[in-house]
Design a protein around this ligand. Structure first.
Ligand SMILES: [Fe+2]
Length: 286
């Protein structure tokens, strides 16, 4: 067929994949074309709307820098990231749940001794985190790695702070022979995802707020086990019920117990009130 109408165009485009020798790629592209064509027919897309969409995606790409990933933010705010995670890492009773990576991961955070203060010079209320990394059957995992990052107590990540060029509130900690980890950071607060770019404009147009509930990020890994990209959410935080990126999981909501100024769990003395947080991560075998 050389000429196509609204109904026949889809099969014609898919037919051009007949020489594609990668079955998985062929399947993905066939489905993508089918859904995109159905979407265009469904909403009766106008030419202005199509051009607006092209301009929007162009803006999303042009907003990306070494330190900012607007496409991940777009995927997160449309619920696609969490959908992909849910399909690939279904919740399994007795193992730590996954959630979104988010746009603020910075690879290569320094490895620090257990007990380190990862948030030296960072605004926020002190929080002492501890717990264990265990196998699914409850064996302690020695030398498991926690790659940790967090915003400050005002909800800003280092890469968002003007003039801040180094890593802040980031670090990697390994477990001891009993699978234990402990470190100091701050109690994270709720924060808006970046709203000064095209994704922010999209959220405003949708009538949505941009906030995420307070959380600290971690990628927990151990040899022979499946790594888990996850958060600990602050119990009682604002926006637990309406996370802008749909990443909230009940199993990751964690109590932050408040203590008066004085002796901290690491033996130091803290001159302002502080929090303690305890969470055990169970990892499934690889
Ligand atoms: Fe975050």
């Amino acid at each position: 067929m050389r000429e196509f109408d609204e109904a026949t165009i889809t099969q014609t485009v898919i037919g051009r994949l007949s020489e594609c020798d990668d079955p998985r790629f062929k399947r993905v592209m066939t489905s993508l074309i089918t859904h995109l064509h159905d979407f265009v027919r469904d909403v009766r897309l106008t030419e202005d709307e199509w051009l607006t969409a092209i301009q929007f995606l162009t803006d999303v790409g042009q907003t990306c820098t070494e330190k900012r990933q607007e496409y991940i933010l777009l995927s997160d705010t449309l619920g696609i990231s969490v959908l992909v995670i849910t399909i690939n890492h279904p919740a399994v009773q007795g193992s730590a749940e996954s959630t979104v990576l988010g746009p603020f991961y910075w690879e290569g955070a320094p490895e620090r001794p257990r007990g380190s203060n990862l948030a030296e010079g960072v605004k926020g209320e002190p929080a002492f985190y501890s717990g264990r990394v265990l196998s699914a059957d409850g064996r302690p995992l020695e030398n498991a790695l926690l790659d940790i990052w967090s915003g400050d107590g005002e909800g800003n990540y280092d890469m968002q702070i003007p003039g801040e060029t180094g890593m802040k509130a980031r670090g990697r900690i390994r477990t001891d022979a009993q699978g234990r980890y402990w470190f100091r950071s701050i109690k994270p607060t709720y924060y808006p995802v970046p709203t000064d770019g095209p994704v922010g404009r999209m959220l405003r147009k949708m009538g949505r707020h941009p906030y995420r509930p307070g959380h600290i990020h971690m990628i927990v890994s151990a040899p022979g086990h499946r790594p888990v990209t996850t958060h600990l959410f602050v119990a009682g935080s604002e926006y637990l019920d309406s996370d802008a990126v749909f990443g909230m999981k009940e199993s990751l909501v964690t109590r932050f117990d408040r203590h008066p100024a004085g002796g901290a769990p690491d033996g130091s003395t803290v001159d302002i009130p502080f929090y303690t947080v305890q969470y055990d991560f169970r990892l499934r075998p690889a």
